[in-house]
Design a protein. Structure first.
Length: 279
């Protein structure tokens, strides 16, 4: 049975994209988060960008509050971690609480989990017993908020789930990343940006951001559609204290705006360093 993507997005209003990473092991430093850079990469490959990221430990009240905001935001949200069936996995229950919905065993998830358990028993030369306590307990991994749809898991067939634009995947990267790609390609392809994207910037020495702010504001006013950015650094190993000042957007808009940026910098007593280009 082929899972039905949820939701069907409306192309006229592209939403923001968020990431929620759940787990004490991330906040304690026991494990380093790998999801943030990967999700940025997956979105960028489709002409999209991450708008917000949030980390939360294994505290049900905090998880529920974070998920309430996610459901209310209207954004596309990917939540990683906590969807297993051990005592420290709270995400499924918190999602239901945030939505004020009951939990229910999803029929497709039940079939997939049972199929997985049958395959494991066969590989181990054992007889599959659906009523064995361990096998009954594993079905909890398919208990989702009522009305959820499943996200297929190509690694071990234990699915994640979606409710609206909020999508829940395991914390394991080998599972989570292909599942996130499936959601993007199945549900949100109409928002992929096919046009070219360009970012041009210059390293500026001897300037303060407050001094450069009027120039930045004027550029965004004169060139609608581009974004001006300022990235200060105080201890760069090569350039030391500096500001990376640039513009980004469609190439046809970026190039003239960047020329104007360089011209505007001539009015300040600053030294310019390398120019950087990213597309």
């Amino acid at each position: 049975m082929t899972p039905t993507p949820s939701p069907q997005a409306q192309p006229e209003h592209r939403p923001g994209f968020r990431l929620i990473v759940i787990g004490d092991e991330i906040l304690s430093g026991k494990r380093a988060d790998k999801h943030l850079p990967k999700v940025i990469e997956l979105l960028k490959a489709r002409g999209l960008q991450l708008d917000c990221a949030e980390y939360v430990g294994d505290d049900p009240d905090r998880i529920t509050a974070v998920l309430q905001r996610a459901f209310e935001s209207g954004d596309v949200v990917f939540s990683t971690g906590g969807i297993g069936a051990t005592p420290d996995d709270h995400t499924r229950q918190c999602a239901a609480a945030a939505l004020a919905l009951p939990l229910a065993l999803h029929p497709q998830a039940k079939d997939l989990i049972e199929q997985r358990m049958q395959n494991q028993a066969r590989e181990q030369g054992k007889v599959y017993d659906a009523q064995a306590p361990d096998n009954v307990h594993r079905l909890n991994m398919g208990v989702f908020p009522q009305g959820a749809s499943i996200i297929p898991n190509p690694y071990n067939q234990i699915p994640g789930f979606s409710v609206g634009r909020v999508h829940f995947v395991p914390g394991f990267p080998v599972m989570a990343w292909p599942m996130i790609e499936w959601v993007l390609d199945s549900c949100y392809a109409q928002w992929f940006q096919n046009q070219a994207w360009l970012e041009r910037s210059v390293i500026v020495f001897g300037a303060m951001e407050a001094t450069l702010t009027p120039l930045m504001q004027q550029l965004e006013q004169d060139y609608p559609g581009i974004k001006v950015f300022s990235l200060p650094s105080v201890d760069h190993p090569e350039w030391g204290r500096h500001i990376e000042l640039g513009v980004k957007g469609a190439p046809g808009l970026v190039n003239p705006a960047y020329v104007a940026l360089l011209a505007g910098l001539q009015t300040f007593q600053v030294k310019l360093g390398p120019e950087l280009v990213q597309s």
